[in-house]
Design a protein around this ligand. Structure first.
Ligand SMILES: [Zn+2]
Length: 373
């Protein structure tokens, strides 16, 4: 099974199926219910958090023939596309000529945008609105942005633009100010686990809860990455998938392996810490990945030490128990010692990549960390 098969097969057909991003779904579906449609939207946020999924749902919803034309007060929920009318079906089957998707990563140039500008004058072939989804819009050249801006300044009544980007700082302010902007966030761990659980059920595959959690952790808040990892794991065609198998496939360090090292550091047990690193390396784990996980973990510890309320921002993908565990560990370090430890391991993480003995930079950092303070 191809890794993206699962992701595509179960792509949400309704706004209510979108995982996370409740704030965006609520605003959009309420606006649709009131008959309010903007001509330009800008979806920004990390990869795999649902930007193009929501863009396609929006394209379908604005064209759905059961769309209400004015205020509808009785129903509490926002508007959902019906998925039954000809417009919905045409879009669901991917054969609508009025939904145009452009990947700016591969079509960076002015020619494509000029073509778009010329094409936009023509009315939609069948649907009410012609919808242009421009993915990775920050990749456009300066000339292409200028051409796009001209179009956004005077969009024809039948056109809607949905721009998506992972790097908002590369999008010119003049473009941003013409769009209704929506910030997509990393999806919290429990939501990703819930989704993966549901997918596994649909595919009739049994997976240990710890294994699902590890997959979700690796997805790092990205639904697409998490689902594609699940697809990779499922491609073993094993009916009972264990944590060990997932660890082997992903070649990753689960958070407890990183936590263990931090315990040794807190207690200044340099011998045990070095033995731990070597054991990890001998088991075939990638030390570059390990060092990265370590720095990421220390960062979370620092943030939680400053203010436990930062958990929502910096550790949304962790469980409550994991967050509490990190807070308790953090109490063993003085702020100065923790900052120094982070500096030491950032440097070590950079050196692991090009070291002849990848353990060595980590071992040095361990010794230095345990000697001082
Ligand atoms: Zn419909």
């Amino acid at each position: 099974m191809n890794n993206l098969v699962i992701y595509r097969k179960y792509r949400p057909q309704n706004f209510s199926d979108v995982v996370g991003q409740e704030h965006i779904v609520r605003t959009l579906t309420n606006a649709l219910k009131m008959g309010r449609v903007a001509h330009a939207y800008l979806f920004t946020g990390p990869r795999g958090t649902g930007k193009t999924t929501v863009a396609r749902l929006l394209a379908k919803a604005v064209n759905c023939l059961s769309r209400p034309s004015g205020v509808e007060k009785e129903k509490k929920k926002g508007f959902e596309p019906c998925n039954r009318c000809p417009a919905c079906q045409e879009i669901n089957q991917g054969r609508s000529l009025d939904l145009i998707e452009i990947d700016a990563a591969s079509n960076r140039g002015i020619d494509e945008i000029r073509e778009l500008r010329d094409g936009i004058k023509f009315s939609p072939s069948k649907l009410q609105y012609k919808v242009f989804i421009i993915d990775e819009v920050h990749q456009l050249t300066k000339e292409a942005f200028n051409a796009l801006l001209k179009t956004l300044e005077e969009p024809p009544a039948h056109a809607i633009f949905i721009l998506a980007t992972t790097e908002i700082h590369k999008v010119p302010q003049t473009i941003i100010s013409r769009c209704q902007k929506f910030d997509f966030r990393k999806v919290p761990l429990d939501k990703i686990i819930g989704r993966l659980n549901w997918l596994a059920e649909q595919e009739k595959v049994k997976i240990e809860p710890e294994a699902l959690e590890l997959i979700a952790l690796n997805g790092d808040g990205s639904i697409r990455d998490s689902e594609s990892l699940l697809g990779q794991v499922m491609s073993m065609e094993d009916e009972n998938i264990t944590l060990k198998e997932v660890q082997d496939i992903l070649g990753v360090i689960d958070i407890s392996a990183v936590g263990k090292l931090i315990d040794f550091l807190a207690d200044k047990k340099s011998g045990e810490a070095i033995a731990h690193i070597n054991q990890i390396a001998n088991e075939g784990y990638d030390l570059v990945q390990y060092a990265k996980s370590l720095v990421n973990y220390l960062r979370k510890m620092l943030m939680l030490k400053i203010d436990p309320n930062l958990a929502k921002l910096t550790a949304a993908e962790l469980t409550k128990e994991q967050i509490d565990g990190i807070i308790r560990q953090g109490e063993k370090f003085s702020p100065v010692a923790l900052i120094k430890t982070i500096h030491l391991f950032i440097e070590a993480a950079n050196e692991v990549k090009r070291a002849d003995f990848p353990q060595l930079p980590l071992e040095l950092a361990i010794v230095e960390c345990c000697q001082s303070n």
